[in-house]
Design a protein around this ligand. Structure first.
Ligand SMILES: *Cc1c(COP(=O)(O)O)cnc(C)c1O
Ligand code: SF4
Length: 435
């Protein structure tokens, strides 16, 4: 299958686009000028239900939606586009809107960039003790863009410095060698699977050749199984890519493919089933993750079905996230309490084999905070929370409590329960961030 992408400049050439009204087209153009937009022929022909596109989760996942911008911002951009405004004017006004959408959530840029020999290692984050994140410079795009994406500033050219990029595989090896506490290297993006097998091989070979005993697991964070499973089937270097996976397992490291799936529809095609089988045949384990998203998967039966299908294909459900406080959170976000209710109802519908999933979890500045559940303690309604991962690893697995709040969308909206001024970690966190 030949890979064909569609974006703002050519999406009107998609044959199915005939079904869209003038208003639908304008919505895409207006929002697509502010937030990233890219889809491809697999998504268009095999995932989207064009008979029902306005409510179709796969359409909403890839095509910009009117509700993603605040009404004033939408109307402002729409007026500019209708009046045939100059490209530079549109770009300037789009940047102003983007800046209002919290483009750098959870201190991603300031706090987590480590140093090697006194120099900042761009393209690397080391936030949790055991796991180092690596953003290879050649993997900073995706086979299609999720409309909810929290890495959206990377794709919009608003800020050159925002592109996490690092060409030196040598410096990650150097950092790994110095940090014997790191057991996991998580290669992420964008999507590292957009890389050619050759480029991927360059990084992996250097890492394997360095023979770092404390490095046990290489993880690959990727949405390719749902957006372009042909990456593992018909691309000219598909076999070469899978051979690199096999070399990782043969070198005695485990390889965990962290697959992003947002909806059971993405698990339904022959292509994805074949691709899953091919990846598993290399010895890789596939774990799955997704945020819970309004308009896409905010339903317990959707989640239960998704986990069961994943288990059926030999994958391990791993994370349910709460949508980050960035970009179009007003459109995709749901209250923390509702996320937990969806989780609980889905969790109780599946057997223990699918209950490996952890969540619903917020990736925020202090760590990954999971909602354990609702409780009433001595007459006070509370939310029980815990860290799955903490900036201080000792914070993990200690229950703490927030006041019940049915509207809170994020940790910043929650207040400590039982009359406390602060959550237990806040003072220590403030000190850590000053360093
Ligand atoms: C989620 C995450 C990890 C991995 O955490 P695990 O609990 O090991 O899956 C590592 N680093 C960052 C910054 C993360 O957000
Ligand atoms: S695959 Fe991940 S990085 Fe790429 S657009 Fe989707 S959420 Fe963003």
């Amino acid at each position: 299958m030949r890979y064909q992408t569609y974006a703002l400049h050519n999406f009107k050439s998609i044959p199915q686009i005939e079904r869209l009204s003038d208003d639908d087209l304008l919505n895409i153009e207006v929002v697509g000028n502010v937030l990233p937009f890219k889809t491809n022929n697999y998504v268009v022909n095999e995932l989207i239900d064009w008979d029902n596109f306005r409510d179709d989760p796969m359409f909403i996942l890839n095509f910009p939606q009117k509700g993603m911008l605040a009404p004033d911002d939408f109307n402002h951009m729409a007026a500019l586009i209708r009046s045939g405004a100059d490209k530079t004017v549109i770009r300037r006004e789009a940047n102003i809107i983007r800046e209002k959408l919290n483009p750098h959530p959870a201190g991603q840029l300031e706090y987590n960039v480590p140093e090697l020999n006194g120099e900042k290692l761009n393209g690397v984050q080391h936030k949790y003790r055991e796991t180092m994140l690596f953003f290879p410079s050649q993997g900073q795009t995706c086979h299609a863009y999720c409309t909810f994406c929290f890495r959206w500033p990377q794709f919009t050219n608003m800020d050159g410095d925002l592109k996490f990029s690092m060409k030196e595989a040598d410096s990650i090896v150097g950092y790994l060698k110095e940090h014997t506490e790191i057991t996991d290297l998580l290669i992420t993006g964008g999507d590292p699977m957009v890389m050619k097998a050759k480029a991927f091989d360059t990084y992996i070979s250097k890492i394997l050749e360095a023979d770092i005993a404390h490095l046990k697991t290489i993880r690959i964070g990727s949405k390719s199984l749902s957006f372009w499973p042909y990456r593992f089937l018909t691309e000219p270097d598909a076999d070469d890519l899978l051979a690199v996976f096999e070399r990782i397992t043969k070198a005695g490291k485990s390889i965990s493919f962290m697959a992003h799936f947002n909806h059971p529809q993405e698990l339904s095609t022959d292509a994805v089933k074949k691709a899953v089988r091919r990846i598993r045949n290399t010895g890789a384990v596939i774990r799955t993750q997704s945020p819970v998203l309004n308009h896409i998967n905010a339903s317990s039966s959707v989640w239960a079905e998704m986990w069961q299908k994943q288990v059926g294909l030999g994958m391990i459900p791993y994370y349910m996230f709460i949508a980050r406080d960035t970009g179009a959170q007003d459109y995709f976000g749901i209250p923390v309490v509702k996320a937990w209710e969806i989780f609980q109802k889905a969790y109780t519908q599946v057997s223990g084999i699918a209950r490996t999933v952890r969540g619903p979890s917020m990736s925020c500045t202090p760590g990954k905070i999971r909602v354990i559940g609702l409780a009433e303690i001595k007459g006070e309604k509370v939310l029980a929370l815990e860290f799955i991962q903490g900036r201080n690893s000792d914070w993990a697995a200690r229950p703490f409590f927030a006041k019940y709040d049915s509207k809170a969308m994020w940790i910043d909206d929650l207040k400590p329960a039982f009359g406390s001024e602060n959550f237990f970690y806040e003072e220590e966190l403030a000190e850590m961030l000053l360093k």
